[in-house]
Design a protein around this ligand. Structure first.
Ligand code: F0G
Length: 369
């Protein structure tokens, strides 16, 4: 018997499962909450403690696994033979993996040319039937909604309530990892808006049963040219290098606004430049490699810190959590584009030393006594 067996086993009493539910799991969840000292400093507040919730450490490399284990388990319980999703990449990778494990057929509808390489590779190898439409994510989502209404195939996008139920365990885990403390500020990227909805539900449920006595402020971040909630209207042709959140008409729009308003939080926007700057900061200063969309949460944090937001808060000390939704390896092309080029040379000592910038003869090593 192993100790940790995924989010359904861990948080069973909070989830809609019964003894009859077949548990399809890859032991998702239990992801690290990593301190980020450089962000403490940037906040401008001496008592600030910032943590990165690294959801890239899930089995398929994103937070989607928390929702997918439940959505696929329930689909299996209900006798489904096939599942379908529209995706900017991560949902499809996760759906394909869990469907493979459950023995279900998986259909994936993707916006053509807009999926990061790692995600596409996953969905392909897991054996999903992939169809790329010459359009954007919002159009793909409309199509899969209609297919799942008319045909016998289960939708596993976050409109499926089991996805939200599974993903709310992220909030439980944060509180448990903080030893029962609720964060003061919760930073999170917003795309289709399921995840901010799920975290808010999780925090509220923990408060209802007395595990925490107050709630965090929810601070969601959209990319500047894909920011329908911030602008208050759908965006027909959303644009951003953070392809995971390139979404113009989020399915959970209203629920995200509830999370924002009930928590006295905000949903703001960050430019691609701010996203990439946070992406490089995290990898080069904190040693944490996330995908660009994930860095939107930290970009939002850095933006608010620079505006003096935290100094205006009435607290002496506070805990901030930034959700890093996906692993950096999902989008290797972007990582390479954002890095300096490497050099090549002959396989000779002198050539390597020259490129290393070492010209001097080596000092004699001391003999060991
Ligand atoms: N970060 C990553 C890495 C994502 O893949 C997504 C969504 C989000 C943030 C936004 O989360 O949609 O719940 O607001 N990806 C979906 C997909 C849309 O198809 O993989 P959200």
């Amino acid at each position: 018997m192993i100790n940790y067996q995924g989010i359904i086993a861990k948080y069973r009493q909070h989830l809609p499962v019964t003894g009859k539910t077949p548990i399809i799991t890859l032991n998702e969840g239990n992801t690290p909450l990593i301190p980020a000292p450089s962000l403490n400093k940037l906040s401008g507040m001496p008592g600030m403690e910032v943590f990165l919730k690294f959801e890239g450490a899930n089995p398929t490399g994103s937070f989607k696994d928390r929702g997918m284990t439940l959505a696929i388990s329930k689909a299996k319980e209900e006798g489904a033979k096939a599942v379908i999703c529209a995706s900017t990449g991560n949902t499809s990778a996760s759906a394909a993996a869990y469907a493979a494990r459950a023995g279900l057929k998986c259909f994936v509808i993707l916006p053509k040319g807009a999926i990061a390489l790692g995600k596409l590779a996953q969905a392909m190898l897991h054996g999903a039937k992939i169809i790329a439409v010459d359009g954007n994510f919002d159009q793909a989502l409309d199509i899969v909604k209609e297919i799942s209404e008319k045909y016998n195939v289960t939708l596993v996008n976050s409109i499926n309530p089991y996805r939200i139920e599974g993903q709310k365990t992220g909030a439980f885990e944060i509180v448990d990892q903080l030893g029962g403390r609720c964060p003061d500020f919760h930073f999170i990227p917003v795309g289709n808006a399921g995840n901010i909805t799920a975290y808010w539900k999780g925090y509220r449920e923990y408060k209802r049963i007395g595990r925490i006595s107050r709630l965090p402020r929810m601070l969601g971040w959209q990319a500047a040219l894909s920011a329908p909630i911030v602008k208050g209207k759908p965006i027909k042709n959303p644009k951003t290098i953070a392809t995971a959140i390139k979404i113009g008409n989020p399915a959970s729009w209203q629920a995200a606004e509830c999370a924002r308003d009930e928590s006295e939080g905000m949903i703001g926007l960050v430019t691609d430049r701010q996203i990439l700057s946070a992406y490089r900061h995290l990898s080069q200063i904190e040693g944490v490699f996330c995908e660009p969309a994930s860095a939107a949460s930290v970009a939002g944090f850095i933006k608010l810190a620079a505006e003096g937001f935290f100094k205006r808060q009435p607290m002496f000390s506070s805990v901030t959590v930034c959700i890093l939704t996906g692993h950096g390896l999902k989008d290797p092309d972007r990582a390479i584009q954002e890095s300096s080029k490497f050099q090549t040379c002959q396989p000779k000592l002198e050539s390597v030393l020259r490129l290393m910038g070492i010209q001097k003869k080596p000092a004699k090593r001391k003999q060991l006594a």
